[in-house]
Design a protein around this ligand. Structure first.
Ligand code: A0H
Length: 282
């Protein structure tokens, strides 16, 4: 694997194809010359980080993600380095790419696929919460898929150590924000439970539950928990969605009970697939 203590520079790698372009950077497939190990190299221009005033967020991403040791559903950050104008993150390569592209292509996921993804994400979130980290930015754009189809949580730019009250202004989609963040109240790890409910809905329906063209309308629907679950969503899935999308944070369904929820149990594959969520040896 990529050794995490070694000093890296750009010429430690053979750069492969560009995997994608995000808001702050580009990601390339790369091979570590010394070990032949394939990884992903995320490149960001320093002047862009300064311009977007996200260098603090970026430093937090590095600090948080490098301290996260092995979890099958959290994308590993092996190291980072910089040159005069750019910063580089050496990340685990996720062999099947971006979750949101797969979701857009498929439209929506089956109960079996969606429940496996949700169980894996719950496992990753539970691991983060035990380390007093809240992700705060759970959405398909921040999920990658590994070679064996397992989910990889990535992009910890918005993660913080609990408890926290948001200082940086929100940008991007509001769809995943729970009432307490939309109302800018103090919030804690239970914001991730709300986002998990939004994600469960989006995996099964194809769009997030409170989506509206105008921000104001989205705010309103989130605040009122104006939730309409289509009839084709299974009873068990609808039950979990409702238990996660509770206005009061303390009423939200606890992560540790998710592997035993009927929707997860009913749709769990018979064969183990090292996804981090296989059937417990009952
Ligand atoms: C802000 S950003 O720049 O970080 N996000 C934009 C973006 C956009 C697109 C991709 C990727 C991406 C990131 N990855 C990381 Cl990090 C690790 N592996 C991948 C990774 N892996 C990957 C693996 C396979 C594929 N294929 C699979 C076959 O079909 C075509 C795409 C794409 C990406 N992709 C990222």
């Amino acid at each position: 694997s990529v050794q995490t203590h070694r000093q890296y520079s750009l010429d430690s790698f053979e750069i492969g194809r560009k995997l994608g372009k995000g808001k702050f950077g580009k990601v390339y497939c790369a091979r570590d010359k010394a070990t032949g190990y394939v990884c992903a190299l995320k490149v960001m221009e320093k002047k862009e980080l300064i311009h977007f005033k996200v260098e603090k967020q970026f430093r937090r991403e590095i600090e948080i993600q490098s301290n996260l040791s092995r979890h099958p559903n959290i994308l590993r950050l092996y190291g980072h380095f910089h040159d005069s104008s750019r910063v580089f993150l050496i990340l685990e390569y996720a062999g099947q790419g971006e979750m949101f592209k797969v979701l857009r292509k498929k439209g929506r996921f089956s109960d079996v696929l969606a429940s496996q993804y949700i169980c894996q994400i719950a496992s990753a979130l539970s691991y983060l919460h035990k380390k007093h980290i809240i992700h705060r930015d759970l959405k398909p754009e921040n999920l990658l898929i590994g070679l064996d189809g397992e989910v990889k949580l990535s992009d910890f730019g918005w993660s913080v150590h609990t408890p926290s009250s948001r200082r940086t202004t929100m940008c991007g989609t509001l769809d995943y924000l729970p009432p307490e963040m939309v109302e800018a109240k103090d919030h804690d790890y239970k914001v991730d439970l709300w986002a998990l409910g939004v994600l469960t809905y989006e995996f099964l329906v194809g769009n997030p539950p409170f989506e509206e063209p105008a921000h104001k309308a989205t705010y309103k629907r989130i605040s009122k928990v104006d939730l309409k679950i289509p009839p084709y969503v299974s009873v068990e899935a609808a039950d979990l969605i409702r238990r996660l999308l509770q206005h009061q944070p303390e009423r939200r369904f606890p992560l540790d009970q998710i592997p035993e929820h009927p929707w997860i149990v009913k749709n769990r594959p018979l064969w183990p697939n090292n996804s981090g969520c296989e059937r417990r040896s009952s």
